[in-house]
Design a protein around this ligand. Structure first.
Ligand code: SF4
Length: 183
């Protein structure tokens, strides 16, 4: 039997409710929709990717967050999850994938390697993906458990929910991309 009481619905944004109406800000409605339908592009190169597979599977069930729809096409994803060691040779590919994603887009660095190079403080490994693309959320751990990856997604949901619809055309955002030489 389907017990609907165990499912928690997304909270409505702040607003004014009355008989037969509910009024709120456009930004809040757009934020609510975006935050609960983030489509992941898994850029998995090593062990952290295996933790993400567990996060996707039935026990942790990332579908509870509206993110079960994987995309391996950058143009149909808005949440880039970078999981694993990124060699310097691979950095331009990661950057190209990021550039091919449509706005609005967000990035999570999953695990120590993606966040900082991890234990691989060597000439060949990129010491954090934020050397080549902007990052919104960092998930610590080597490897992070699926709970930590879900925590990272929930933190990103908070960011997305509260992002103004004007942010992507702001000078501040253009300056951020400009600092990475991304147009
Ligand atoms: S952070 Fe640890 S588990 Fe994740 S890719 Fe690096 S070495 Fe592997």
């Amino acid at each position: 039997m389907n017990d609907s009481s165990k499912y928690k619905m997304a909270d409505a944004p702040e607003g004014y409710a009355g008989e037969g109406f509910f009024a709120t800000k456009l930004s809040d409605v757009v934020g609510l929709a975006r935050a609960n339908s983030l489509w992941p592009l898994p850029f998995a190169t090593s062990c952290c990717g295996i933790e993400f597979m567990a996060t996707m599977a039935s026990h942790y069930d990332v579908a509870r967050f509206g993110s079960e729809r994987m995309s391996f096409s950058p143009r149909q994803a808005d949440m880039l999850l970078v999981m694993g060691t990124i060699a310097k040779k691979m950095a331009p590919i990661l950057r190209q994938v990021y550039e091919q994603m449509s706005e609005p887009k967000w990035v999570i660095a999953v695990g120590a390697c993606a966040s900082s190079g991890g234990v691989f403080d060597t000439y060949s490994v990129l010491q954090g993906i934020d050397k080549v693309i902007p990052v919104d959320v960092y998930v610590p751990g080597c490897p992070p458990r699926p709970e930590q990856i879900l925590d990272g997604i929930m933190r990103l949901q908070e960011i997305v929910k509260n992002e103004s619809v004007r942010r992507r055309s702001s000078d501040e955002y253009k300056d951020l991309l400009g600092s990475y030489n991304i147009k």
